[in-house]
Structures are given as C-alpha cells and as structure tokens.
Design a binder for this molecule. Sequence first.
Ligand code: PEP
Ligand code: MG
Length: 316
Amino acid sequence: ARAAAVAASVGPGRTADGHPVPLLANIGGPKDVPAALENGAEGVGLYRTEFLFLDRADAPGHEEQVAAYRAVLEAFPGAKVVVRTLDAGADKPLAFLPPSAGEPNPALGERGVRMMRLFPEVLETQLAALAEAARDTAAELRVMAPMVTDEADAAWFAEAAAKAGIEGAGVMIEVPAAAIRAAHIAATAGFFSVGTNDLTQYTCAADREVGALGRFQDPWQPAVLDLVAMAAQAADAAGRECGVCGEAAADPVLACVLTGLGVTSLSMGAGALPAVRAALSRVTLQECRAAASAARAARDAEGAGRAARDHLPGLA
Ligand code: PEP
Ligand code: MG
C-alpha cells in the first residue's frame, strides 16, 4: 500500500502524451526498500540476490532466504517484484562455488545460469524459498535468470521455476546471442529484462572492470541499441514484456531512447527515478521513436547521444 501511495503521489512513469513506462527500482536487498518507496518506485525490476551469498563460507539456508525475500515482497503489495536468481561467477565470485579466478576469462566462463546448471541444488533452494516467501505476501513475484545464452538455458530455467510452483519465469537479455535469438527465446520465456551492463560488455568486447575501455563500455553504442531493439520487437511480437534493468535505464536521455526502441519498463537505482520520470514527462512517444532511430543511425556512442538529444527538444 505504501509503494502504491508514494507512486500515486508522484505519478507513474509516462510520456507527455500518456504512454505508460512503469518505473521500477533496482535493489540489492531489504535495506534498499525505503529509498525505492520514497522515490515512487512502481515495483522492483531487479532484486539482485547476490548480497545474501557474498562474503560467507556456506550458502544461506532456506529460512534465511525466505526472510530476505519476504522483507522485500511485503513492501510492494499489488506490485511486481522481479527477483533475479543467483548471478555467481565473473565479477561476483562466491566462496562456496568454484572460483572463477581459475578461468582465464571469468566473464566468459561459468557464471549466472551456467553456474546454476552445474549446481542445480543451489537454484532449487532459492526458488523454493522465493515460492514460500511469495505465498505470504500480496506482491506479484517474478523470477528471472541471469546470463541466458540460448533457448535451452531459458527452458531449463523455466522448468526449474515451474517445479517450485513459479510460472512465467523470465530471462535477462545480456548475452548478444540471446538478443539475436530473442524471437526463439520469447517462445519459452515469460518476459525479458535487458541487462545493458553485461550486454554492452559482451557486444563491444569491452571488460566492464576495465575503466580505460570507456568508449566501448557505453550502452549508447549503436550496436547495443540495435540489440535492445531486436529484443523489444521479438518480445512485442510474442506478447511479452521487455524491460531494461541495466545502468542505461538510469540515464534520462537514454531512458527516452529505450522507450522509443519499444522497451516496456525501466528499472534503476532508486536515486535515478525522479530525473527519469521528469524526462519522460517532457517528451512524446513519437519523439522517443525518432530519437531512437537517429541514435541507431549514428557512428559511435557519442554521436548516438548527440543525435538523440536533437530529437528530444523537451529535454534541452
Ligand atoms: C546488467 O548486466 O546490466 C545487470 C543489470 O546485471 P549486473 O549489473 O548485476 O550484472
Ligand atoms: Mg548482468
């Protein structure tokens, strides 16, 4: 009720001509809930669950997980809460799973859903805890898998979720292969959420941990925008939602471009919500589409940003 009340006081995300773009919060645990509510989040678009698993020798047990999930779900009655299952490996190594440091290229190694396919009992415990937490609350629980590469990954995850009683499991689109095959994956996945941080890293072959690659570690890269458009179009054709939960959603100008590409919701750190809400309220859907086309036609990330701004006079 509190989430709905705050969201109502600031209004839901929408363009100047009334096209709704639900604005959701990225959270890393119950501690982030107050800021999400204060900034009028209409739900949670990305609950990163790694915090529960980091800096400890053993995986958290069932009861501990139920408590952490319930604390978040209870705060969003009637709203969507998208929980990403454990994204271990690469930049998120865990003590009780084999260290990705042993791999020559951890970002290209066993991580996300790949790691869960090696240790299915870790995912089973998590999904069972999520199902139980949701039983006691009025939030609309959704689960999604990180690092899905192909339709088989999506199907494997959807089956694991269904076994725990959670239907309509979604996938993150953060591997270029998944974006390219989005039409196929949409047949299996309940929804898409584009992770632009990793999608940019993998599309531009630019390690997200290497600051010097900034020019390529930029979601404005036209190739990244093309892949987002592919995912959004495939989702739309299949009657699925396609949100964005990477850092790109927190950039007010890029948020308008993503809307123009056909993205159906935007999820970001709570602090970014007011500026993105304000930007959307000053542009029309048509302007967003024109900005998106212009950005995709640019020759690099910087040019894409410049071209987009030219088509969004309300943001000047
Ligand atoms: C992403 O990759 O864009 C994403 C949202 O996930 P993370 O940053 O946690 O890898
Ligand atoms: Mg990611």
